[in-house]
Design a protein around this ligand. Structure first.
Ligand code: FMN
Length: 166
């Protein structure tokens, strides 16, 4: 799939078929993530693949009050947890998000779906044994889409574009 086509096609998917995603495909997607620009080339990211059903259900349970997120987390056959070394503060989170966008585009081009879910707090860090010095940038439920939502319409570029001054 052409890059611009992947950019157009990418949209947040929050419901998945139970089919397993091959490890080779997951590795290809994560390798695309690691090609992202990142501050000082420190590559602050670390990835945790959560395949274990009990763990996935525990993470879904953290979103019990937000049904679309809970459904995404409990139906996806695998979760990609992107952690980052928080030594570089904003730069590290910015780098992590460059990596996350590469992951989202790569999974789209593989015919897969996903969504970036914000996870703050200690619960997920404790559950996944994430050491001090690292935070969670996102949890991406990944799988074959079992829904086809409309992509939210974007504000036309000419309303966002400024030339020379704001
Ligand atoms: C930094 C960031 C945090 C997000 N956090 C959440 C989230 O916690 N839950 C969620 O359902 N979607 C989350 N999203 C996905 C957005 O809701 C989604 O990208 C936006 O509504 C546009 O829809 P689209 O991705 O289908 O184009 C997040 C996206 C970004 C970039």
């Amino acid at each position: 799939m052409d890059l611009y086509e992947a950019i157009e096609k990418r949209k947040s998917i929050r419901k998945f078929k139970p089919d397993t995603v091959p490890d080779t495909t997951i590795h290809k997607i994560l390798s695309a993530g690691t090609q992202a620009p990142n501050a000082f080339n420190r590559e602050p990211w670390e990835f945790i693949l959560v395949k274990d059903k009990t763990l996935r259900d525990e993470i879904a349970g953290m979103r019990i009050k937000i049904p679309p997120q809970k459904v995404a987390l409990e139906t996806a056959p695998v979760l990609i947890v992107v952690c980052y070394n928080n030594e570089l503060a904003e730069d590290a989170l910015g780098s992590a998000y460059a990596c996350i966008e590469n992951i989202l585009l790569a999974l789209t081009s593989e015919g897969l779906g996903g969504v970036t879910l914000t996870f703050h707090g200690k619960n997920i860090k404790a559950l996944l044994k994430i050491p001090d010095g690292y935070d969670v940038a996102t949890v991406i439920p990944l799988g074959y889409p079992d829904e086809s939502p409309e992509k939210p319409i974007r504000i036309p570029l000419d309303q966002k574009l400024h030339i020379n001054e704001f």
